[in-house]
Design a protein around this ligand. Sequence first.
Ligand code: KIV
Length: 275
Amino acid sequence: MSAQRQETVRRLAAPDIAARKGGDPIVCLTAYTAPVAEILDDHCDLLLVGDSVGMVVHGLPNTVGVTMEMMILHGQAVMRGARRAMVVVDMPFGSYEGSAEAAYDNAARIMKETGAQAVKVESGPTVPDTIHYMVQRGIPVMGHVGLRPQAVLVDGGFKAKGRDEEGRARILAEARATADAGAFAVVVEGVAEGLARDITAAIAPPTIGIGASAGCDGQILVTDDMLGLFDWTPKFVRRFADLRGEIGRAGEQYAAEVKARTFPGEAETYFAKKS
Ligand code: KIV
Protein backbone atom coordinates (compact mmCIF):
# COMPACT_ATOMS: atom_id res chain seq x y z
CA MET A 1 0.00 0.00 0.00
CA SER A 2 1.45 3.41 -0.98
CA ALA A 3 2.36 6.02 1.67
CA GLN A 4 -0.39 8.24 0.25
CA ARG A 5 -3.00 5.52 0.85
CA GLN A 6 -1.97 5.20 4.50
CA GLU A 7 -3.19 8.74 5.26
CA THR A 8 -6.37 8.84 7.31
CA VAL A 9 -9.33 9.62 5.07
CA ARG A 10 -12.91 9.90 6.28
CA ARG A 11 -15.04 7.23 4.70
CA LEU A 12 -18.39 8.31 3.27
CA ALA A 13 -21.45 6.99 5.11
CA ALA A 14 -25.21 6.81 4.59
CA PRO A 15 -25.94 10.44 5.62
CA ASP A 16 -23.34 11.72 3.12
CA ILE A 17 -25.00 9.80 0.29
CA ALA A 18 -28.51 10.79 1.40
CA ALA A 19 -27.47 14.47 1.45
CA ARG A 20 -26.53 14.27 -2.25
CA LYS A 21 -30.21 14.14 -3.36
CA GLY A 22 -30.62 16.43 -6.37
CA GLY A 23 -26.93 17.41 -6.25
CA ASP A 24 -23.85 16.19 -8.09
CA PRO A 25 -24.47 12.71 -9.55
CA ILE A 26 -23.55 9.92 -7.11
CA VAL A 27 -20.95 7.62 -8.67
CA CYS A 28 -21.31 3.95 -7.74
CA LEU A 29 -19.86 0.68 -9.04
CA THR A 30 -19.80 -2.89 -7.82
CA ALA A 31 -16.61 -4.37 -6.34
CA TYR A 32 -15.89 -7.88 -5.12
CA THR A 33 -12.13 -7.90 -4.49
CA ALA A 34 -9.58 -5.81 -2.59
CA PRO A 35 -7.44 -4.71 -5.58
CA VAL A 36 -10.42 -3.62 -7.68
CA ALA A 37 -11.88 -1.76 -4.67
CA GLU A 38 -8.53 0.00 -4.19
CA ILE A 39 -8.40 1.06 -7.85
CA LEU A 40 -12.02 2.30 -7.93
CA ASP A 41 -11.99 3.98 -4.52
CA ASP A 42 -10.61 7.28 -5.89
CA HIS A 43 -13.42 7.53 -8.43
CA CYS A 44 -16.52 6.28 -6.62
CA ASP A 45 -18.72 7.58 -3.82
CA LEU A 46 -20.12 4.13 -3.13
CA LEU A 47 -18.89 0.60 -3.82
CA LEU A 48 -21.54 -2.11 -3.76
CA VAL A 49 -20.54 -5.65 -2.94
CA GLY A 50 -23.42 -6.84 -5.09
CA ASP A 51 -24.79 -10.35 -4.97
CA SER A 52 -24.09 -10.19 -8.72
CA VAL A 53 -20.77 -11.62 -7.45
CA GLY A 54 -22.48 -15.02 -7.70
CA MET A 55 -22.87 -14.67 -11.47
CA VAL A 56 -19.87 -12.49 -12.26
CA VAL A 57 -17.18 -14.21 -10.16
CA HIS A 58 -18.61 -17.62 -9.26
CA GLY A 59 -20.36 -18.44 -12.56
CA LEU A 60 -23.84 -19.04 -11.08
CA PRO A 61 -26.83 -18.74 -13.46
CA ASN A 62 -28.53 -16.15 -11.20
CA THR A 63 -28.15 -14.64 -7.71
CA VAL A 64 -30.47 -17.08 -5.92
CA GLY A 65 -27.61 -19.39 -4.91
CA VAL A 66 -25.52 -16.65 -3.26
CA THR A 67 -24.84 -17.26 0.45
CA MET A 68 -24.16 -15.11 3.52
CA GLU A 69 -20.63 -16.56 3.62
CA MET A 70 -19.93 -15.40 0.05
CA MET A 71 -21.18 -11.88 0.78
CA ILE A 72 -19.15 -11.65 3.99
CA LEU A 73 -15.95 -12.92 2.36
CA HIS A 74 -16.20 -10.47 -0.55
CA GLY A 75 -17.35 -7.67 1.79
CA GLN A 76 -14.21 -8.14 3.89
CA ALA A 77 -12.02 -8.05 0.78
CA VAL A 78 -13.61 -4.84 -0.52
CA MET A 79 -13.31 -3.17 2.89
CA ARG A 80 -9.57 -3.93 2.83
CA GLY A 81 -9.20 -2.22 -0.56
CA ALA A 82 -11.50 0.81 -0.25
CA ARG A 83 -10.78 3.58 2.19
CA ARG A 84 -12.95 6.60 1.18
CA ALA A 85 -15.93 5.17 -0.69
CA MET A 86 -18.93 3.99 1.29
CA VAL A 87 -19.14 0.19 1.11
CA VAL A 88 -22.60 -1.43 0.93
CA VAL A 89 -23.05 -5.21 1.03
CA ASP A 90 -26.03 -6.94 -0.61
CA MET A 91 -28.11 -9.20 1.62
CA PRO A 92 -28.38 -12.51 -0.26
CA PHE A 93 -31.65 -14.21 -1.22
CA GLY A 94 -33.21 -15.92 1.81
CA SER A 95 -31.40 -13.80 4.41
CA TYR A 96 -34.08 -11.11 4.94
CA GLU A 97 -37.44 -12.15 3.49
CA GLY A 98 -38.52 -14.60 6.22
CA SER A 99 -38.87 -12.15 9.11
CA ALA A 100 -37.66 -8.73 10.21
CA GLU A 101 -35.86 -10.32 13.17
CA ALA A 102 -33.91 -12.73 10.96
CA ALA A 103 -33.11 -9.86 8.56
CA TYR A 104 -31.78 -7.77 11.45
CA ASP A 105 -29.60 -10.63 12.73
CA ASN A 106 -28.15 -11.29 9.28
CA ALA A 107 -27.59 -7.59 8.53
CA ALA A 108 -25.88 -7.10 11.89
CA ARG A 109 -23.65 -10.10 11.17
CA ILE A 110 -22.69 -8.68 7.75
CA MET A 111 -21.86 -5.30 9.26
CA LYS A 112 -19.88 -6.72 12.21
CA GLU A 113 -17.89 -9.21 10.14
CA THR A 114 -17.15 -6.92 7.18
CA GLY A 115 -17.10 -3.42 8.71
CA ALA A 116 -19.28 -2.20 5.80
CA GLN A 117 -21.41 0.91 6.33
CA ALA A 118 -24.76 -0.45 5.11
CA VAL A 119 -26.65 -3.35 3.55
CA LYS A 120 -28.88 -3.45 0.47
CA VAL A 121 -32.12 -5.41 0.07
CA GLU A 122 -34.41 -5.87 -2.91
CA SER A 123 -37.57 -4.13 -1.73
CA GLY A 124 -40.52 -6.04 -3.10
CA PRO A 125 -44.01 -5.54 -1.66
CA THR A 126 -43.29 -7.08 1.76
CA VAL A 127 -39.77 -5.83 2.46
CA PRO A 128 -40.38 -2.15 3.44
CA ASP A 129 -41.59 -3.26 6.93
CA THR A 130 -38.31 -5.12 7.34
CA ILE A 131 -36.34 -2.07 6.18
CA HIS A 132 -38.15 0.00 8.83
CA TYR A 133 -37.34 -2.58 11.52
CA MET A 134 -33.63 -2.62 10.61
CA VAL A 135 -33.25 1.17 10.24
CA GLN A 136 -34.93 1.73 13.63
CA ARG A 137 -32.30 -0.56 15.14
CA GLY A 138 -29.29 1.18 13.62
CA ILE A 139 -28.73 -0.56 10.29
CA PRO A 140 -28.44 1.80 7.30
CA VAL A 141 -30.36 0.16 4.44
CA MET A 142 -30.33 0.80 0.70
CA GLY A 143 -33.45 -0.32 -1.18
CA HIS A 144 -33.69 -1.78 -4.70
CA VAL A 145 -36.82 -1.56 -6.89
CA GLY A 146 -37.78 -2.29 -10.49
CA LEU A 147 -36.01 -5.33 -11.91
CA ARG A 148 -35.18 -7.44 -8.86
CA PRO A 149 -32.63 -10.11 -9.83
CA GLN A 150 -33.42 -12.24 -6.74
CA ALA A 151 -37.03 -12.51 -7.96
CA VAL A 152 -35.97 -13.76 -11.40
CA LEU A 153 -37.53 -17.21 -10.88
CA VAL A 154 -41.00 -15.76 -10.23
CA ASP A 155 -40.64 -12.80 -12.60
CA GLY A 156 -39.62 -14.94 -15.57
CA GLY A 157 -36.24 -13.52 -16.52
CA PHE A 158 -34.13 -10.37 -16.52
CA LYS A 159 -36.66 -8.17 -18.32
CA ALA A 160 -37.19 -4.40 -17.96
CA LYS A 161 -40.05 -3.62 -15.58
CA GLY A 162 -42.80 -1.03 -15.26
CA ARG A 163 -43.53 -0.77 -18.97
CA ASP A 164 -47.33 -0.88 -18.53
CA GLU A 165 -49.58 1.20 -16.25
CA GLU A 166 -50.07 -1.51 -13.62
CA GLY A 167 -46.34 -2.21 -13.40
CA ARG A 168 -45.48 1.50 -13.25
CA ALA A 169 -47.90 2.11 -10.40
CA ARG A 170 -46.66 -0.94 -8.46
CA ILE A 171 -42.98 0.01 -8.73
CA LEU A 172 -43.68 3.64 -7.84
CA ALA A 173 -45.59 2.45 -4.76
CA GLU A 174 -42.72 0.10 -3.78
CA ALA A 175 -40.21 2.93 -4.15
CA ARG A 176 -42.38 5.22 -1.98
CA ALA A 177 -42.77 2.51 0.68
CA THR A 178 -39.00 1.84 0.62
CA ALA A 179 -38.27 5.53 1.12
CA ASP A 180 -40.91 5.92 3.85
CA ALA A 181 -39.39 2.90 5.64
CA GLY A 182 -36.15 4.85 6.00
CA ALA A 183 -33.87 3.63 3.19
CA PHE A 184 -31.02 6.15 2.73
CA ALA A 185 -30.91 5.52 -1.05
CA VAL A 186 -32.80 3.39 -3.55
CA VAL A 187 -31.37 1.48 -6.52
CA VAL A 188 -33.77 1.64 -9.48
CA GLU A 189 -33.02 -1.16 -11.94
CA GLY A 190 -34.30 -1.88 -15.43
CA VAL A 191 -37.19 0.58 -15.78
CA ALA A 192 -38.25 3.01 -18.50
CA GLU A 193 -36.97 6.58 -18.38
CA GLY A 194 -40.25 8.25 -17.39
CA LEU A 195 -40.70 5.95 -14.40
CA ALA A 196 -37.14 6.56 -13.13
CA ARG A 197 -37.77 10.31 -13.31
CA ASP A 198 -41.10 9.97 -11.50
CA ILE A 199 -39.54 7.88 -8.72
CA THR A 200 -36.66 10.34 -8.37
CA ALA A 201 -39.13 13.22 -8.07
CA ALA A 202 -41.43 11.34 -5.69
CA ILE A 203 -39.02 10.14 -3.00
CA ALA A 204 -36.68 11.93 -0.59
CA PRO A 205 -33.67 9.57 -0.74
CA PRO A 206 -31.44 9.65 -3.82
CA THR A 207 -32.11 7.14 -6.59
CA ILE A 208 -29.22 5.18 -8.08
CA GLY A 209 -30.02 3.99 -11.58
CA ILE A 210 -28.90 0.88 -13.46
CA GLY A 211 -30.64 0.53 -16.78
CA ALA A 212 -32.96 3.26 -15.58
CA SER A 213 -31.83 6.27 -17.69
CA ALA A 214 -30.11 9.48 -16.64
CA GLY A 215 -33.21 10.51 -14.67
CA CYS A 216 -31.71 9.32 -11.37
CA ASP A 217 -29.56 10.98 -8.70
CA GLY A 218 -26.66 8.60 -9.36
CA GLN A 219 -25.61 5.65 -11.48
CA ILE A 220 -24.26 2.17 -10.83
CA LEU A 221 -23.01 -0.58 -13.15
CA VAL A 222 -21.62 -4.03 -12.57
CA THR A 223 -17.91 -3.25 -12.87
CA ASP A 224 -17.05 -6.40 -14.82
CA ASP A 225 -19.72 -5.43 -17.41
CA MET A 226 -18.39 -1.92 -17.91
CA LEU A 227 -14.81 -3.25 -18.11
CA GLY A 228 -15.88 -5.43 -21.04
CA LEU A 229 -15.14 -8.81 -19.43
CA PHE A 230 -18.13 -10.55 -21.00
CA ASP A 231 -18.93 -11.11 -24.64
CA TRP A 232 -22.59 -10.20 -24.01
CA THR A 233 -23.85 -7.28 -21.95
CA PRO A 234 -27.34 -5.81 -21.52
CA LYS A 235 -28.40 -2.77 -23.61
CA PHE A 236 -27.88 -0.34 -20.74
CA VAL A 237 -24.19 -1.18 -20.25
CA ARG A 238 -21.52 0.99 -21.82
CA ARG A 239 -18.13 -0.73 -22.10
CA PHE A 240 -15.45 1.63 -20.87
CA ALA A 241 -12.68 -0.94 -21.51
CA ASP A 242 -12.10 -4.20 -23.37
CA LEU A 243 -10.58 -6.36 -20.63
CA ARG A 244 -11.84 -9.54 -22.28
CA GLY A 245 -9.77 -8.70 -25.34
CA GLU A 246 -6.78 -7.59 -23.23
CA ILE A 247 -6.81 -10.76 -21.09
CA GLY A 248 -7.18 -12.95 -24.18
CA ARG A 249 -4.27 -11.19 -25.92
CA ALA A 250 -2.09 -11.45 -22.80
CA GLY A 251 -2.91 -15.15 -22.40
CA GLU A 252 -2.12 -15.81 -26.07
CA GLN A 253 1.21 -13.95 -25.86
CA TYR A 254 2.15 -15.74 -22.63
CA ALA A 255 1.40 -19.16 -24.13
CA ALA A 256 3.44 -18.33 -27.25
CA GLU A 257 6.43 -17.18 -25.17
CA VAL A 258 6.34 -20.23 -22.87
CA LYS A 259 6.22 -22.52 -25.91
CA ALA A 260 9.08 -20.61 -27.61
CA ARG A 261 11.08 -20.68 -24.31
CA THR A 262 11.43 -16.88 -24.47
CA PHE A 263 9.65 -16.64 -21.10
CA PRO A 264 11.10 -16.57 -18.50
CA GLY A 265 14.13 -14.67 -19.72
CA GLU A 266 17.15 -13.44 -17.79
CA ALA A 267 15.20 -10.48 -16.37
CA GLU A 268 12.71 -12.85 -14.73
CA THR A 269 15.30 -15.35 -13.42
CA TYR A 270 17.12 -15.51 -10.04
CA PHE A 271 20.86 -16.15 -10.20
CA ALA A 272 23.14 -17.32 -7.41
CA LYS A 273 25.01 -14.49 -5.63
CA LYS A 274 28.59 -14.12 -6.82
CA SER A 275 30.95 -15.05 -3.96
O1 KIV B 1 -25.91 -7.20 -7.24
C1 KIV B 1 -25.67 -6.15 -7.85
O2 KIV B 1 -24.60 -5.96 -8.45
C2 KIV B 1 -26.68 -5.11 -7.83
C3 KIV B 1 -26.50 -3.98 -8.78
C4 KIV B 1 -26.82 -4.45 -10.12
C5 KIV B 1 -27.26 -2.79 -8.37
O3 KIV B 1 -27.64 -5.21 -7.14
